[in-house]
Write a protein that binds this ligand. Structure first.
Ligand code: ZN
Length: 133
């Protein structure tokens, strides 16, 4: 994970500082809502925090991998070739978040809109899957 100053603006683009936004979740606090977890996962990608992505992916998720070394390498490869420039939350329900992620890869627009589904496990929200809109 990249070192990141706690008082800098949060990489999830909420406008809050990192310490007032996603940092507590990266430090192990349970996200109280799917949208907070979604934001924390976005900022974890931006900070190349592969552990957080793996820990918050539900075991039933199609993205879940038992080979953690391979999975970590794939996440890091994605984060290292991507700039995470914007995040807009479009809609939320009890267990879904629809968002637009603004991404750049090799200076090209790689933005997408996704509706993610979340499930609680052991009292913690986890990411299950997403569909592109
Ligand atoms: Zn944040």
């Amino acid at each position: 994970m990249k070192p990141f100053p706690p008082k800098n603006p949060c990489p999830c683009h909420s406008g809050d500082t990192y310490m007032a936004c996603c940092r507590p979740f990266h430090q192990g606090k349970a996200a109280p809502t799917p949208v907070k977890l979604m934001r924390a996962r976005y900022s974890a990608y931006a900070l190349q925090n592969a552990e957080f992505i793996m820990q918050t992916t539900h075991r039933e998720s199609p993205h879940y991998k038992t080979d953690k070394r391979l999975w970590r390498a794939e996440i890091l490869a994605f984060t290292q070739q991507t700039e995470f420039i914007a995040l807009t939350i479009l809609n939320t329900t009890a267990d879904t978040v629809t968002f637009r992620a603004g991404l750049l890869q090799n200076q090209r627009d790689a933005s997408f809109t996704e509706r993610s589904t979340f499930k609680r496990m052991d009292g913690k929200w986890q990411y299950v899957s997403g569909v592109y809109d």
